[in-house]
Design a protein around this ligand. Structure first.
Ligand SMILES: Cc1cc2nc3c(=O)[nH]c(=O)nc-3n(C[C@H](O)[C@H](O)[C@H](O)COP(=O)(O)OP(=O)(O)OC[C@H]3O[C@@H](n4cnc5c(N)ncnc54)[C@H](O)[C@@H]3O)c2cc1C
Length: 394
């Protein structure tokens, strides 16, 4: 096997899945993660489709089942917390042959991490500052000052990928903004008493809250903004002020939810964007997950797709006996058309994701209320299915 030592930037969903499979296939992966430890908290994700199949092959389904939030219904409420409609989650999961979970992104990351071979080296609290490519290796300088050589480097460091910036250039050339900002954070001391995912809308804005485990809840906010906002990506205080301005005075529980954001350990705020690149690899460096193909939350599948991409990349490296030229090309050839499709579906969904008028909110509630009919929920599931991708067994 050639090119055995592989540095992965990012211990998120894609990075840990890649390390899992590379190790299994006989490579020596090292992960560098800039956070001091595995990221906690965060938003809930729907987890199904081809990523579910990859998770099954990894043997992590029992952990995911334990982490499942057991949400019974997505309930639309008005300003008085009165139910206006709802999506029966249990029915949707049934239509998916019970091959779906709703769980925190961090619980998925932890489950993958737990199953990593103990030999996999993980460097927390560091990041790559410089990447120099040579004919037979890649020299990497870390921000700690350490300098090391690897055969290959993979950027699995998310939407704002550091490796992509160092090797492929400025993010602006790859980012396609879809007109929304989103935010999410944990409320540590929440007093909600049911397992519904409650969602409240006013035109152009949506707020939601749901219980995660004892006394903890997670919020989800999304609002329209035709133009990208101008604040520094790292300026958390400015992001919180934007959220306050958008939601504090729109009714329901919003003022209370927003008042709790300063105490949150895991405040998240970002634009809703896709990453679209023609080429995912340059010589000995490639990208995986959101770093190269982020479909955005509009697709509802970013995590599962990140796992599928990582599985295919590791598998193609195995099949090519580590020949990165062959493997990187095949990885993109197999996976990119599928991703392009998913990105298009998400783009089409962008305009209607958050209703922009009272009539739009009413119509959305009516349509969602029809989902209790089995043939309607089957149609919905079919639209987002991963049938077109036949996962190889490597
Ligand atoms: C609000 C919201 C809702 C979503 N809902 C869903 C859903 O329902 N279903 C679904 O499947 N997906 C969903 N997604 C998408 C999903 O979370 C992402 O697509 C997925 O996490 C991508 O995985 P990743 O490993 O590529 O990136 P990430 O999970 O973002 O991981 C990247 C890792 O890289 C690390 N990192 C970043 N910079 C550096 C650096 N410089 N050096 C080293 N490490 C670094 C980060 O700390 C992180 O650990 C949602 C996303 C959002 C924002």
């Amino acid at each position: 096997m050639n090119n055995k030592s592989i540095l992965i930037s990012g211990a998120g969903i894609a990075g840990t899945t890649l390390a899992f499979w590379l190790k299994k296939f006989g490579f020596n992966p090292t992960i560098v993660e800039h956070a001091p430890k595995l990221r906690e908290g965060g938003y809930a994700i729907d987890f199904w489709g081809a990523g579910f199949d990859v998770a099954e092959r990894m043997g992590i389904l029992p952990d995911l089942d334990k982490a499942d939030l057991k949400i019974a219904e997505l309930t639309f409420v008005d300003e008085n917390n009165k139910r206006k409609g709802g999506l029966n989650y249990k029915q949707i999961v049934k239509v998916m042959n019970n091959r779906a979970f709703t769980l925190l992104r961090s619980d998925l990351a932890r489950a993958i991490y737990k199953h990593l071979d103990s030999d996999v080296e993980i460097i927390f609290g560091d990041t790559i500052n410089k990447i120099e490519q040579h004919a037979d290796a890649v020299t990497v300088t870390f921000s700690s000052g350490n300098k090391r050589s690897f055969d290959l480097v993979v950027g699995a460091d998310g939407l704002h990928s550091n490796v992509r910036g160092l090797v492929f250039g400025n993010e602006a050339q790859f980012e396609k903004y879809y007109g929304y900002y989103t935010s999410s954070y944990t409320i540590e001391d929440a007093a909600f008493d049911n397992n519904a995912y409650q969602m409240y809308n006013v035109p152009g804005k949506q707020a939601a809250v749901y219980l995660t485990n004892e006394n903890k809840a997670t919020t989800f906010f999304i609002f329209t903004s035709p133009q990208k906002l101008s604040y520094q990506y790292q300026d958390i205080a400015a992001q919180k002020q934007v959220l306050r301005n958008e939601f504090e005075n729109i009714g329901w529980k919003c003022a209370d939810l927003v008042s709790k954001m300063d105490a949150a350990p895991d405040f998240y705020f970002d634009a809703v964007s896709q990453i679209q690149m023609n080429d995912w690899s340059k010589d000995r460096v490639t990208l995986v997950g959101d770093a190269c193909d982020c479909p955005s939350l509009l697709s509802g599948q970013g995590s599962t797709l990140a796992m599928v991409g990582a599985y295919i990349l590791a598998g193609e490296l195995k099949e090519a006996n580590g020949d990165h030229k062959i493997a990187f090309q095949k990885y993109q050839h197999i996976f990119k058309p599928f991703i392009d499709d998913k990105q298009k579906i998400a783009q089409n969904f962008a305009k209607s994701f958050v209703p922009k008028s009272r009539l739009g909110i009413w119509m959305r509630n009516v349509i969602v209320n029809l989902m209790f009919l089995p043939f309607v929920s089957k149609l919905l599931v079919k639209r987002f299915s991963d049938d077109k991708l036949k996962l190889k067994v490597y």
